[in-house]
Structures are given as structure tokens and as C-alpha cells.
Design a binder for this molecule. Sequence first.
Ligand code: COA
Length: 322
Amino acid sequence: MKYAGIAGTGSYLPEKVLWNKDLEAMVETTDEWIRERTGIVKRHIAADGETTCDLAEKAARLAIEAAGIAASDIDLIIVATTTPDRVFPSTACLLQHRLENHGATAFDLQAVCTGFVYALGVADKFIRSGSHQTALVIGAETLSRILDWRDRGTCVLFGDGAGAVILRRQDEPGIQATHLHADGSYHELLTVNAGVSQGYAALQAGEAYIQMKGNEVFRVAVNTLGQIVDETLSANDLNKEDIDWLVPHQANIRIIKATARKLRMPLERVVMTVEDHANTSAASVPLALDTAVRDGRIKRGDLLLLEAFGGGFTWGSALVRY
Ligand code: COA
């Protein structure tokens, strides 16, 4: 039996920082409200002309370096993104070109904020099947491009960034399990209701923005993430105390704390980057993972529970022996 394991991680945040205080000048909000209701203090915003692929490339190069491989060793590239550079080719193909990799399987995956966890699950299955050996799995977003900067209910919540991992085939289980779900009946609660096939009317009217019923999303997110924790533990015969680190999607500190309570996990064992990054959608879990790997909190052999929830709704978890 062959398994997939994380050989290296990387991440990148754009240089420009937007503080809560800066937002006070843009919409009717306060630093205090944003901190109290979300835990967010600042977020990074891509520069004009800086694209999702630019962020993904920087994260990818760091992950490749950390794994000690060459870009030509990669035979699978998956970019989880809701904000691709182009309708096509995929951001994965654009990135592949920049990395001077030729011939790998390359595609984008769209599961909004759960995108990276989905991509990890898909790459794990490719590697376990024996068809592929070395995968570059990325979550990368320029969410700032689909925010309505006049809507205080959404524009304070999101940021831009990218996170990447290299997965390699190994004899011991690294990715132990992934649990991936969706329920499209919730599609109206969190959406950008514009797209190619609907025609360009919304895009031309300047209305291709995130629309969200925040408190309804909040309620479903807390319940659903509680359920995915139970499902992951029971399907893998684990107790709560077996998990060394919770690496959650970074949408709102109150949602993260509710999941940690469910796991009876002290907050010292929860990786939290929401304060500095805000919600970077598909990039949020790999950004948090890379942060805690590089600052030495997550160590080889630790058992990690990654989880995410997002538009669709989509949700999922990955159990990873790092
Ligand atoms: N600044 C100040 N006031 C704001 C505000 C802001 N940025 N955004 C909303 N408000 C106001 C609302 O207008 C409302 O005012 P009202 O009582 O006069 O009508 C009040 O704050 C409470 O709004 P509500 O939406 O009930 O607040 P909340 O406690 O649910 O917090 C969110 C709002 C968006 C922070 C919260 O619902 C949330 O995090 N939801 C989940 C979002 C999410 O994670 N989405 C992505 C999932 S991947």
C-alpha cells in the first residue's frame, strides 16, 4: 500500500496590509466591532495587476524548496481557487508554465473556502492509486477582487494570499483520511451570482460581488464543523485527545473557538491566523499550516486535523500525520 505525506509547505501574502482602522474610512464600521465579532485585525490585499497565479507561484516555490525537490519532479498540480486568473487555461496550467514543468496533470478545483481540503483529498487519492508520485497542492485567492467595498457585512471579512504543500508517495500513512461533503441547497446564502454561462450582465453592471447572509452562514458553519469533527474522529477510531493540532479554516474566531470547544482542545493547540490574514478562502488552511510549521509549533509526527467550510455549502476535513 502506498500513501501520501506532506514533504514541504510554503505560503505567501501580498505586501499591502489593510488594517481595520483603514476600513473605518471606507464603510461604517469600527476596529472594535470587527475585532469583537470576527477576531480580524488586518488582512493582505493584492497589488493592482498582482494575480492569483502570482501568489500561488511564490507559495509553490517555497513549498518546493522546503520539500527538497525540483519542479520537474511534480506530476500532479491542483490549484484550489475561486478567483482564477482566466476563464481558461486553468491557473494550474499557468503556474505549471512558470515552474517550467512539462507534462504533469494540472487542473483547478473549485470548492470555495473548502477548496484546499478538497484538493488534498483528490491528490491523496491520485497518489494512493499509484498513478502519481509527487503533487503540488495549492489554495490561492485574490478575494479582494470580488468584494463590494461598500458592503460592511462582507468587505471587512476577507483577504488575499496563497498556501501550498508538496505531497509525496511514502510507505507510512501521512494523509490518513479526508472527509468531503457538500449541500448545494444552501447556494443562495453565500454566493457571487455572476458567471460566464449566465452572461456578462452582472460583470458589466459591476455587481459580481460576494453576497452573504452572515448570521445564517455562521449558524450552519458552527453546526456543520461540529459534525465533521465527530465524523472524522469516529470514522478513524480516534479520541479527541489524540489530535495534536487543530488547523481550521480562518473565517471567524468565534467559529474556530466553537470547533475547539467541541474537540475539548485548548486554544494553545489551535492554529489561528485569522487575526492577521482574515478569511483567505481556499488559501486559509494551507496558510495557517505553513505558519505553524515554519514557526516550529507543528512538528514531524504530530497528528493534525484540518477542517474547512465554505460556499456551496461545502465542508470537509483532513486527518494528517505530519
Ligand atoms: N461593522 C459594524 N456593524 C456591522 C458590520 C460591520 N462591519 N457588519 C454588520 N454590522 C451590523 C449589522 O448591520 C447589524 O446591525 P443591526 O443590528 O442594526 O441590523 C449588526 O451588526 C449585527 O449583524 P449580524 O449580521 O447579526 O452580526 P453577527 O454577529 O452575525 O456578525 C458576521 C456578522 C458576518 C461577522 C458573522 O455573521 C459571521 O462571521 N458569519 C459567518 C461569515 C463567514 O464565515 N463566511 C464565510 C464562510 S466560509
